[in-house]
Write a protein that binds this ligand. Structure first.
Ligand code: DP6
Length: 374
């Protein structure tokens, strides 16, 4: 029954949709944010430098989002929402999600008239040491954009829908901006992509580059060295860049590497790809070790894995390399055609160094998908 007090007679009063959004792995890292005095969606979480990632396929978050319009509500409060993580109510996560939604309330003024039930679950175990913020915040942003569409009967322009989703996801967690698109993704304004790149949202690189077939299907084997929660959050790490003694050098090199990697993605040069990607990973950790206060997230096993990967690459001539996020786990990046040999290498030579021999086989994916719309 349409609600007679609903100002938009075309909108539905209740409904449900489910979005699946994948995680992504950065090749050129986002590390450092523009200093921001006014915290709002437009200025929050703008990156100090651009970054490039590829989107994963198997590591994703699904958010099941039910809404019901209630004209008696006059503001969006925590009582208007229920949040479930992996099917159980989690007050700590609920508070976090509520804060995120409050942050974007100005963008979605209709939120105050809704009761929401949000159920989130990940395809990867919570303890896998994979950051779920990119996938979960991308999924949440897509749900909000879908609710906006229902409510306003707004734009059917898919490009604009995704651009806005990326912008909202970015305001929740920077790297989530990239999870809105599949394959290789650029986020942040870059001199190499004038007029199309932005600090506010990400863009799919395949629309601006002709990606060489050598990079058409990349794999990411996530080698789990340690699955415990990080000692220093990424947000705290970003903040330490503000006063970092090597900040200027880092920002210059990250900007330059965007151009280098873009060129390599077109030329298909594996050697240069490997050099850029591994150097980025080591630079990220070198920045952590040289910030004030300094800290170290790598474990002895992380170093052993890096050495083993170098040795195997020398011997096998397979163009595989590693990257590392803000944690001790190693992402082994390689072209899909070498899957069997790399799998054997992991099982025979690396698994022994992993937490319960645990690793996740992932690959480049095509981006988010709406699974249910009712
Ligand atoms: C090392 O996106 O988690 O993974 O914006 O504070 O939520 P916030 O940080 P987050 O930082 C990710 C850092 C990184 C590199 C990257 O993904 O580019």
């Amino acid at each position: 029954m349409p609600n007679p007090t609903n100002p938009n007679p075309n909108s539905k009063d209740r409904g449900r949709f489910q979005w699946r959004a994948p995680s992504n792995i950065a090749l050129i890292k986002y590390w450092g944010k523009k200093i921001n005095v006014n915290v709002n969606v437009n200025t929050d979480q703008l990156p100090a430098t651009p970054s490039i990632s590829f989107t994963l396929e198997n590591s994703y978050t699904e958010i099941d989002f039910s809404y019901e319009r209630d004209e008696s509500l006059s503001e969006f409060s925590i009582e208007s929402m229920q949040f479930f993580f992996e099917n159980s109510e989690q007050p700590k996560f609920q508070d976090k999600i509520y804060k995120f939604l409050k942050k974007v309330e100005g963008e979605f003024p209709f939120l105050k008239k809704y009761r929401l039930k949000i159920k989130s679950s990940n395809s990867f175990p919570h303890s896998a040491g994979i950051a779920s913020s990119a996938s979960s915040m991308a999924a949440l942003a897509l749900c909000l954009l879908s609710l906006e569409k229902v409510n306003n009967n707004s734009t059917n322009d898919e490009k604009e829908f995704l651009r806005r989703a990326s912008e909202i996801a970015r305001s929740f967690s920077g790297s989530a901006a990239r999870s809105i698109y599949g394959n290789f993704v650029l986020w942040g304004e870059s001199e190499f992509f004038p007029g199309v790149s932005s600090d506010h949202w990400a863009i799919p690189l395949s629309e601006h580059l002709k990606i060489h077939k050598n990079f058409s299907q990349m794999m990411d084997a996530v080698l789990i060295v340690d699955s415990s929660v990080k000692k220093v959050s990424s947000s705290a790490g970003h903040a330490l860049m503000n006063e970092h003694p090597f900040k200027e050098g880092r920002y210059q090199s990250a900007n330059k590497r965007i151009g280098q990697l873009a060129k390599v993605l077109e030329s298909g040069d594996y050697d240069e790809f490997i050099e850029i990607v591994e150097s980025e990973a080591l630079t990220l950790h070198a920045l952590m070790m040289s910030s004030s206060p300094y800290y170290l997230l790598l474990k002895p096993e992380s170093l052993v894995l890096m050495e083993k990967i170098w040795e195997f690459r020398r011997e096998s001539k397979i163009p595989l390399c590693f990257t590392i996020d803000a944690g001790p786990n190693i992402h082994l990046i390689y072209p899909a055609q070498y899957y069997q040999r790399v799998r054997d290498f992991i099982e025979l030579q690396l698994a022994h160094y992993l937490d319960k021999r645990n690793w996740i086989c992932d690959e480049m994916g095509t981006g988010p998908a709406m699974i249910i719309e009712k």
